[in-house]
Design a protein around this ligand. Sequence first.
Ligand code: 5RP
Length: 266
Amino acid sequence: MDWGIKNRLSRIIKDDGHTVMLAVDHGYFLGAVSKLEDPSRTIKPLLPYTDALMPTRGVLRNCVDASSDIPVVLRVSGGNSIIGEDLSNEEITVSMKDAVRLNVSAVAFSIYIGSKYEHQTIMNFARLVDEGMEYGMPVLAVTAVGKELEKRDARYLSLCCRIAAETGASFVKTYYCDDFEKVIKSCPVPVVIAGGPKLKTEFDALEIACEALKRGAAGVDMGRNIWQSEDPVAMIKTVRAIVHEGISFRKAQEMLNNLRSTHKKR
Ligand code: 5RP
């Protein structure tokens, strides 16, 4: 691996091989999603517990302090909206030159395997990887499913992750699923998991983080299950302990409860 790519990646994936990424890129197709209406307000208290932030360039330029030394994984795909015809119709939305100008540590692009625009997203992803090689920029593949959340099983996700890695992804973002170890085994690059839409309880999100880490994930790239939770700081601190300290689900439940009651007393 090229030194520049290695160096940038090492800012995101820490020495223990793990990372806590905070996803705040949702506005690029969802608009002002609940609890991310004012991105600065959402992001600021969570940054101290975040290994890497995943915003769009608009949120980065307008809502994140430029003196922050947090590594950024910049969302560079888009071109659709939740009310549009097909979420998979994405293209590259940010030039590699602008990503370098923003001093980001990686760029993130969604591929939509099995969708109408599968070919377009894979080919654009391959182009991005080529440009990334030129500039020493790692590329994160997001195995997106659009509105079809039911697609998320091990057979499908392992197909997506493998195609992403074969095309040149430095790391991959996917969903947790039953038999997740199959996804990990067949993917030669690090895998981080998304949280997906807010789950019924915070414990459900902690459980998938624990299971994913146990089965070989490099970490999480969570958004809604952190900042839409009742106490986002308590939630990210607990997710951090799962990712970097390997605490059990039982310990994670205890930790979240304790943090929440301490925060309430303040
Ligand atoms: C969609 C995305 C999201 O914009 C986001 O990064 C996902 O985070 P979460 O599902 O944890 O809210 O990648 O494909």
